[in-house]
Design a binder for this molecule. Structure first.
Ligand code: IVH
Length: 714
């Protein structure tokens, strides 16, 4: 073989073509057929030769250059990919009545009557992990995991090793994002675990873990040895509509070469849906892959578009889950954990037992009533049987939810087992633990003084849906807090300054070095610019989950107006006649309650937080370090992004809920009353005082047709 340095241009071109051929064939043998034809050393040397020629003649680099292809050297980590359309999750239904409620809510939202038929598709819910495949001009350009729904990881090289993922597709739209589930069949899972055990490697608890562990391998050669499969069931961005219905769209994906689930059926109404659910449930044990429920989707894509999305789930789909699996084991002891809101949570320490493929050694016991055999209203649960250390208990898992205790076998209760005495003091800081009237939970009153609360708040702050700081997880938070480096979230942003001014620096600690310390400071600085909803969620306010954080962020757009409204609501709550009815009418409360997804419990909690000086100071200190990014960044090219809109009167072409949801999805804020802050009033027949008020204030008023023309729905 000629030395690269002595190749002429013509020879180099021919040699690159030859190498592309040889290496592509080797890749196919290795990754797709699992039958390597060359040794790793041979393969690497061909790759190096290819790269050398490309370096000498960069303009001769081929479009299908093997250096850009599967089998590339393992990288340090996965590149992050922002999904053009978020990858959402599904609302769950647990019983037939939840399914009926799903159907009813859809009709209500769309303003349809009982007599109007709605078609649904019903298909198995695959227990794997979701993947988005982006094809440009028919070529797979990028495969990304779900990640946090907005940003996933680029696993293209790994996805290409999956038999059901075509690298090229013919007669596809110019741009097509195919979404679906990666899973491992039962046979392949058993064979993999046997192989792993033989080689003294770690085995996997279930096919889902095996699939996730395999897809997220930095070295695609390892993924290639783990036979993964893929079912396509949805799509993201497409340059042209795939079809008019869900069913046709999935059939189109099938025709394009994707594996789709053969058990999908078209159903009308709750009875047909539930009947198909039962059929799939019966077949479950005979399927060669794990499923954990049945997904129902509105078939008409026009209706899907009208129904749109809540913050994290589509309104047009629901996952009807299978009942949880059960197992008996021994409860060894009951421990108390103190959470970020001070809740004392009892945890059952169990003799490890396998439930639904996962080893369970802890289960939640909720609160003291639950242990005593009562529910929140004092009614008996488990026939009034209490739970004691030493008991034989039945545990279950429902989906990803923490395991729970379902039952106690009194016949196996050890002699002398004593009823559990719930502590009345915080086991961490010793402050009184108080149970307020109407609250099922006993809470530590230590506030930020309580180490457990402070640490849990910090852990929450750095967690995935919040600030998600790479390199700063629960373990590091515990450590830094223990050293007195961080007490509040704001301290995280001072870590680098602190580090420079001290002798004992982060890089000197065990497990850290120059590089990792520097990387952490970069990751922290990266998060100084933060999406508004992540900031809100990160505050760790009770009842303020990710969905409500998104709803609040969309409504207020920035922190100062939200904080001002919360302070107003706090003042209103402190008024003498602060009955709930009076509060509901006062401006601060009213504004919060006008937001879809925000209820009184959350407002009370916000008020409580803003009423505490220590909490307020902690937030103010934090805000000084941040640039909060408003949520309408994505929708900012919509004509109503950031605008305050009021709907009034009767709407004929959509329901009020639909109008509101649509406006909010386009980045607008929808309010119930007209004020000087209102930008636009949409008025239907029968509108009265609000239109008059708008005229007085000089606020523009349009009718429903104008509105639809404005937002592109006419
Ligand atoms: S549809 C907009 N269909 O379940 C949401 N999801 O619990 C589109 N999943 O994140 C999802 N089987 O990873 C859909 N047949 C199916 C599914 C399915 C499994 C997963 C998916 C989703 C999760 C929600």
């Amino acid at each position: 073989m000629k030395d690269v340095a002595s190749l002429s241009r013509e020879e180099a071109k021919a040699e690159l073509a030859r190498l592309a051929n040889v290496l592509h064939a080797a890749d196919k043998a290795y990754f797709q057929d699992d039958a390597p034809e060359r040794t790793d050393a041979e393969y690497d040397s061909l790759k190096r030769r290819n790269a050398e020629i490309e370096r000498r003649f960069p303009d001769l680099k081929r479009e299908d250059s093997p250096s850009e292809h599967v089998g590339a050297a393992p990288s340090d980590g996965f590149r992050k990919v922002r999904h053009s359309i978020p990858m959402l999750s599904l609302e769950n239904a647990f019983g037939d009545s939840d399914v009926a409620e799903f159907d009813r809510s859809i009709r209500k939202f769309l303003g349809m009557s009982e007599a109007d038929p709605v078609d649904y598709t019903a298909e198995p819910k695959i227990d794997g992990l979701s993947l988005s495949l982006r094809y440009e001009d028919g070529q797979l350009g990028c495969a990304a995991t779900r990640g946090d729904g907005s940003v996933g990881e680029d696993v293209t090289a790994n996805a290409l090793t999956i038999r059901d993922v075509p690298e090229r597709i013919k007669s596809a739209p110019k741009l097509l994002e195919v979404r679906g589930e990666v899973y491992m069949s039962h046979e392949d899972f058993a064979a993999l675990n046997a192989r792993q055990a033989e080689q003294d490697d770690k085995t996997f608890a279930n096919p889902r873990n095996a699939a996730a562990g395999s897809l997220r391998q930095l070295d695609p050669r390892i993924t290639a040895k783990r036979p993964l499969r893929f079912f396509a069931y949805a799509w993201g961005t497409v340059s042209e509509a795939l079809a008019d219905t869900q069913e046709e769209a999935i059939n189109r994906l099938r025709d394009l070469g994707f594996a789709t689930n053969p058990l999908m059926e078209l159903c009308q109404g709750t009875a047909e849906l539930v009947a198909h659910y039962r059929r799939i449930e019966e077949m479950r044990a005979t399927l060669n892959y794990d499923i954990d429920g049945v997904v129902y989707k509105v078939n008409d894509l026009g209706l899907q578009a009208r129904l749109g999305f809540r913050s994290t789930t589509p309104r047009w789909a629901v996952a009807h889950k299978f009942p949880a699996e059960l197992a008996w084991t021994q409860l060894e002891s009951i421990d108390i954990q103190v959470g970020r809101t001070g809740a004392l949570s009892p945890v059952a320490r169990l003799q490890p037992v396998t439930v639904g493929g996962v080893v369970v050694s802890n289960a939640t016991l909720h609160n003291e009533d639950y242990i005593a055999g009562r529910d929140a209203s004092g009614n008996e649960i488990r026939d009034g049987k209490d739970i004691r250390a030493g008991d034989r208990v039945q545990v279950y898992r429902a989906g990803d939810v923490i395991p729970k205790v379902a039952d106690v076998d009194l016949s196996k209760r050890p002699k002398g087992a004593k009823p559990y005495e719930f502590p009345e003091e915080c086991p961490v800081c010793g402050s009184p633990a108080i149970r307020e009237e109407g609250d099922a939970v006993r809470r530590c009153t230590g506030g930020l003084v309580c180490r457990a609360q402070a640490v849990e708040k910090l852990k929450h702050f750095v967690s995935r849906g919040a600030f998600d700081i790479e390199g700063l997880g629960a373990k590091q938070v515990e450590d830094f807090h223990g050293r007195g480096w961080i007490a509040q979230p704001a301290d995280i942003f001072l870590l680098e300054d602190r580090d420079r001014s001290r002798e004992r620096r982060l890089k000197d600690l065990e497990g850290w070095g120059d590089k990792s310390a520097e990387k952490l400071f970069v990751a922290i600085n990266d998060r100084k610019r933060i999406d508004f909803h992540r900031f809100l969620f990160g505050l760790g306010i009770r009842h303020l989950g990710e969905a409500a954080a998104k709803d609040l962020a969309r409504h207020f757009n920035d922190w100062p107006p939200l904080a001002a409204t919360a302070i107003d609501a706090a003042k209103e709550s402190a008024m003498e006649d602060a009955s709930q009815a009076a509060l509901d009418r006062s401006p601060g409360w009213k504004e919060f309650l006008s937001i879809d997804g925000v209820g009184r419990t959350l407002v009370r909690s916000l008020v409580l937080t803003m009423d505490q000086e220590a909490e307020r100071d902690s937030i103010e200190r934090l805000v000084k370090h941040l640039e909060i990014v408003p949520p309408d960044a994505q929708a900012s090219d919509s004509p109503v992004a950031g605008k305050a809109i009021v709907f009034t009167g009767t709407l004929n072409r959509m329901t009020r809920n639909e109008a509101k949801a649509r406006a909010e999805a386009l980045g607008a804020r929808v309010s119930g009353s007209v004020s000087a802050k209102t930008d636009l009033v949409v008025a239907g027949p029968g509108a009265g005082s609000k239109v008059r008020k708008a005229a007085e204030l000089g606020v523009e008023t349009i009718d429903e047709d104008d509105w639809l023309a404005l937002v592109g729905g006419a």
